[in-house]
Design a binder for this molecule. Structure first.
Ligand code: 13P
Length: 280
């Protein structure tokens, strides 16, 4: 069942639980993620970045794939199809393609501009019953080739975003996309705790790959209701393909057939998603 993120996130927040957002990168990824979530009976948010949407062939291709897989594979859990880090134009494209959740990332814009565009999108989303996530402060690291420095979420700015009616807020608390460097300073839990006390609304942690389970647990207790994971699965996928290629002669037994070539990677994604979903 395709749902927006509002209800599942609200109830996760109320019960100090978390919904995982798994970035999908192709058909195989989407299928394995859905199967894993379904067997674990956990609601799932499928995140699609603008560049992943382009790779799929467009937003409507993603929508059709997800919708058809849910039907054909008899997926029974709530599934949310969510645009990850979209500009205003990306958000409009995703909405037109029937995504039921969007993230507007105005974190590189001046605060007032970020707020103004977010307001405009909230109006559209409310009319169409679509959930919306916005970002205050900046998540550092490298996401789809866009490199950013960390900038921490400011409480007064976050409050202004709550007032305009967003459904979930992505916070910058030292988290970064991609692999964490050896000299990483860690998460700023006192900032997260302050944001949680003042905002009392579902918060989102980007850059979930590579954070210890203990730290993730602390985050969930401090209002993080959605954790985004991409890199961890990209690494599992790449390692599985590498292993297959190293251990198999491509020309033997038709190993050049993509269904052979991707076998280990499909299994790796399936097991990794199950592992992630059953962490807490
Ligand atoms: P990672 O790639 O670090 O897991 O982050 C994913 C993410 O935050 C997507 O928005």
């Amino acid at each position: 069942m395709l749902v927006n993120a509002k209800e599942i996130i609200k109830s996760a927040y109320k019960n100090k639980q978390v919904i995982f957002h798994i970035n999908i990168n192709n058909l195989e990824w989407t299928k394995q993620t859905l199967l894993a979530a379904n067997i674990e009976k956990k609601p799932i948010i499928l995140g699609v970045s603008p560049s992943a949407a382009k790779y799929f062939g467009g937003y409507s291709v993603c929508y059709s794939i997800v919708k058809s897989l849910i039907k054909e594979l008899r997926i029974k859990i709530p599934v949310c199809l969510h645009l990850d880090h979209g500009s205003y134009d990306d958000c409009i494209k995703a909405i037109k393609a029937k995504f039921n959740s969007i993230m507007f990332d105005g974190s590189r814009l001046p605060f007032e501009k970020n707020l103004e565009i977010s307001k405009k999108l909230i109006e559209i989303c409310k009319k169409k019953n679509i959930s919306i996530e916005c970002e205050i402060g900046r998540i550092g690291g490298n996401e789809d080739g866009i490199v950013s420095d960390v900038s921490y979420t400011k409480l007064n700015e976050a409050k202004a975003f709550k007032e305009i009616g967003i459904d979930m807020l992505a916070v910058g608390i030292g988290n970064i996309h991609g692999e964490y460097p050896k000299d990483w300073k860690g998460l700023n839990f006192s900032l997260l705790s302050q944001l949680n006390d003042e905002l009392k609304m579902p918060l989102v942690l980007h850059g979930g790959s590579g954070i210890s389970d203990d730290d993730l647990k602390k985050c969930i207790n401090l209002g993080i209701s959605k954790i985004n994971i991409n890199t961890e699965l990209q690494i599992a996928n790449a390692k599985a393909i590498e292993k297959f290629v190293k251990n198999n002669n491509i020309m033997d037994n038709k190993n050049y057939n993509p269904r052979n070539l991707y076998k280990l990677s499909n299994e790796a994604i399936y097991h990794k998603v199950r592992e992630i979903l059953t962490k807490f």
